[in-house]
Design a protein around this ligand. Sequence first.
Ligand SMILES: [Zn+2]
Length: 217
Amino acid sequence: MALWLRDEVGEGGTFSKARLREAIRGAEQVDRRMRDLRPAGWVIKTYRDKPSLQPDQLYLEAIGLPVWEPEHRAAGLRQISAKTRRFVYERDGHMCRRCGHAAGEEYVDDPGVRVRLTLGHVNPHRSGSSAEAGDLITECARCNETVRHLTGVQMSKGQVWDRVAELPKRNKQDLLDWMRADRRPLGTTEQVWALYRQLPAAIRDELRRDLEELMGS
Ligand SMILES: [Zn+2]
């Protein structure tokens, strides 16, 4: 939507909601989407702010940050309500859905660095700056920071392939499913683990002891 506004309307241009809906196929709640652009510095005025406009006209007073670019995507995220934020974290089991690390854990490949969770978009290019739970995904700060990710130490294709080849067949199939989905869906054990982690420490101890007893260890 931001791109359409920039390219088709331009700063100082007017447009109608009907035209916007027509241009952005499948865009629900255009009002909300326009509001989502505000924290990124976009200014859109209605006839209430600007008497020279017709009731169905909108005025693009200022073009803000290029929210379609990865480094500015977060600008639109400030609008996400605390309720939605909590909902997404809980739905995703308080784990990064890209790399599978949980909040507070240390990275397997980067010991000493603790995982901090944030929200990102499932499909950064399609979801734009949406603040809807369905477009959001829990990510760790490392996966979220594309730039840092790209400048970090990268293994070669051959090095990674060697590790892939070592995996048992069942795990290869899991990996292939994750590659196709471009994220790691939570398995049953991980879902239970996420539920366990949300319990108070004393209850976690009790549960651990119960399971130890059950397993005879
Ligand atoms: Zn991650």
